[in-house]
Write a protein that binds this ligand. Structure first.
Ligand SMILES: Cc1ncc(COP(=O)(O)OP(=O)(O)O)c(N)n1
Ligand SMILES: Cc1ncsc1CCOP(=O)(O)O
Ligand SMILES: [Mg+2]
Length: 568
């Protein structure tokens, strides 16, 4: 990484920039780490283009205006690689890895491959001049931080890439010297090796060969031990890249996955338990892309490699059992979302406001008092007709709460009843509950939404029209309004009464459930305020501070059906 000498500051649109000369910034013809000061930096190149990271200021060739863009810079990786029709490796893996790591990824496609989990059935190179055109389109416009290379199938394409990178320097270059696919098919022939050695490797910030690729680059050197990998890393480093990561995934007789990182000064042995899975297709591409993503975010190389390796391992471990394709090497799941859930444990439906009809909210103290577990309480409420369950376990230890939540979730899924967690977004995530309920002093709903994603149900407690409006803005699905009547269940809770409930309902764009002091004696009166978005009642003590939860729930269900409101 380049160390820059402070030259002077330049004021552009009231912002100070640190000026770097080409000599500081363009070691070997392309720029290195711009993060040398808290000031956003500008690198002035001889040709006249001006680039920065953190802020962007571009001077078009031949033009003279500097346009200051003060928006936060989005980390950006450009992958230059081949397409894999099976989407396990290549461009498709790079896109998924970058998405998972939270950076933008643009793509220059060098070849199309007809490929699946069995092998590569065909390949067709993209013409060199069209690779050049794609490179120019992206690099001239899109403020790429890091270029990552994969399948570079011809000498001409390698040379085109090197030439273009000299013309459009980027912050860092990650080279995955792809030569052979996981299925053993050749993706870049031996004729390319000398161009790799002479042109591409000297430009690289890191190269990430596996044992076969390292051996090919070193004229067939035998690599069988960790010591061999160290020797290979040193020899490859002599070819010019700043860092060499020799991946030992194929090392015989090793229980661990061992990689060696060498930066010219130190060796780092990165060890992790080997993950036994058939779903390893695309690990090399994904690792290199993840390294590129972390470097694009500004992390130093050692941290980038460690984080990337851990990410790939986590995804491989998660994907151990997924089944895609019939061949020996399946793809893995970068976004950790594809694991098949059996029918009965995956919620099928999106949120339906009529689920708020009879909303049962548990209470650990009450259940303890009556000598039943949370799971028994939930089961009884569902048997009595509860249409949604909230676990409100204020006194539970986190570990116990999580275990109970998992058990309750199994029951709820069996009956198609959504299960929400009160307050604890972490517990909801950990057990994959259907959503959360948060109050005004809990985690803001917009933050919960970011953590939980678009499908989960989020409810927010509101006592005023302003809070109801905010809940809608924050992406909540419903609001809970109360206490409608005085209650002993929640201390110091202001009672809003039926009038307060009506005011909030009329202002709310979201469906509403009423809560607080509601039971069989007054549920009908609540529903009779007759605002169309009042969908039901949420109840704690009238269900759970009773001897028989099922009976009480059934009685309330009948009252609500009798009121004939809210159930549609
Ligand atoms: C459906 C429903 N409405 C309101 C509340 C109250 O939530 P909050 O204000 O966060 O208070 P606690 O329940 O956390 O004490 C609720 N739980 N459910
Ligand atoms: C959690 C909560 N939020 C407002 S009132 C209340 C308590 C409701 O309990 P109960 O149904 O026993 O009155
Ligand atoms: Mg709360």
């Amino acid at each position: 990484m380049a160390s820059a000498t402070f030259l002077s500051t330049l004021s552009l649109a009231n912002k100070n920039y640190l000026l770097l000369t080409p000599t500081h910034a363009c070691a070997k013809g392309y720029t290195n780490n711009f993060r040398v000061s808290n000031l956003p930096s500008i690198v002035v190149r001889k040709e006249g283009s001006v680039r920065s990271q953190g802020f962007v200021a571009m001077q078009e060739k031949g033009g003279s205006t500097l346009s200051d863009d003060s928006r936060t810079k989005t980390p950006h990786v450009l992958t230059v690689a081949g397409s894999d029709s099976g989407a396990g490796a290549g461009i498709q893996a790079d896109l998924k890895a970058c998405a998972a790591r939270g950076v933008y990824c643009s793509t220059v496609i060098t070849a199309l491959t007809a490929q699946n989990t069995i092998g590569v059935q065909g390949a067709s190179n993209v013409p060199e001049d069209f690779v050049a055109q794609q490179l120019k389109s992206v690099l001239s416009d899109m403020q790429v931080d890091v270029v990552k290379t994969g399948m570079l199938p011809s000498v001409g394409i390698v040379k085109t890439l090197c030439r273009t990178l000299r013309e459009y320097p980027v912050h860092a270059l990650v080279v995955d010297p792809v030569m052979v696919s996981t299925s053993g098919d050749v993706l870049a022939g031996p004729s390319i090796l000398s161009t790799f050695r002479e042109e591409l490797l000297p430009m690289a910030d890191i190269i990430t060969p596996n044992l076969k690729e390292a051996s090919a680059l070193l004229n067939g050197m035998q690599l069988e031990t960790v010591d061999d990998m160290r020797s290979a890393a040193r020899l490859l480093h002599n070819m010019g890249p700043k860092n060499v990561l020799v991946k030992g995934g194929d090392l015989p007789d090793s229980l661990d996955a061992v990689d060696i990182l060498y930066n010219g000064h130190n060796f780092y042995e990165l060890r992790s338990p080997r993950i036994r899975t058939r779903n390893t297709h695309g690990t090399g591409c994904s690792l290199a892309s993840s390294i590129a993503a972390e470097v694009a975010k500004g992390y130093p190389m050692l941290s980038a490699v460690k984080v990337a390796k851990r990410f790939v391992e986590t995804a491989l471990d998660y994907s151990k059992e997924i089944v895609i394709g019939n061949g020996p090497q399946g793809p893995f799941d970068h976004l950790l979302r594809l694991k098949s859930h059996s029918q009965d444990c995956h919620r099928q439906q999106p949120f339906d406001p009529s689920d708020l009809f009879l909303y049962a909210v548990t209470d650990s103290r009450m259940n303890k008092r009556w000598g039943r577990s949370i799971v028994d309480a939930v089961k009884a409420a569902i048997d009595g007709g509860a249409t949604i369950i909230q676990l409100r376990e204020k006194d539970a230890e986190t570990k116990d709460f999580l275990e109970s939540a998992k058990a309750c979730l199994r029951i709820c899924r069996l009956h198609g009843v959504p299960l929400l967690i009160n307050d604890r977004v972490d517990v909801a995530i950990a057990c994959d509950a259907d959503g959360v309920h948060v109050g005004q002093s809990d985690m803001p709903a917009c933050v919960a939404r970011t953590l939980l994603g678009p499908e989960k149900i989020i409810g927010v407690s509101c006592k005023t029209p302003e809070q109801a409006e905010q809940a809608w803005v924050d992406g909540a699905d419903y609001i809970g309004c109360g206490g409608v009547y005085p209650t002993n269940t929640k201390e110091n809770n202001i009672t809003v009464g039926l009038n307060g409930l009506k005011t909030v309902c009329m202002a709310s764009k979201l469906p509403v459930v009423a809560i607080g002091g509601i039971g069989v004696s007054n549920a009908r009166a609540v529903m009779e305020i007759r605002t169309p978005n009042l969908k039901g009642v949420a109840v704690v003590s009238a269900l759970f501070d009773r001897e028989c939860v099922q009976t009480e729930t059934r009685k309330l269900h009948e009252v609500l059906l009798g009121s004939n409101i809210g159930s549609t």
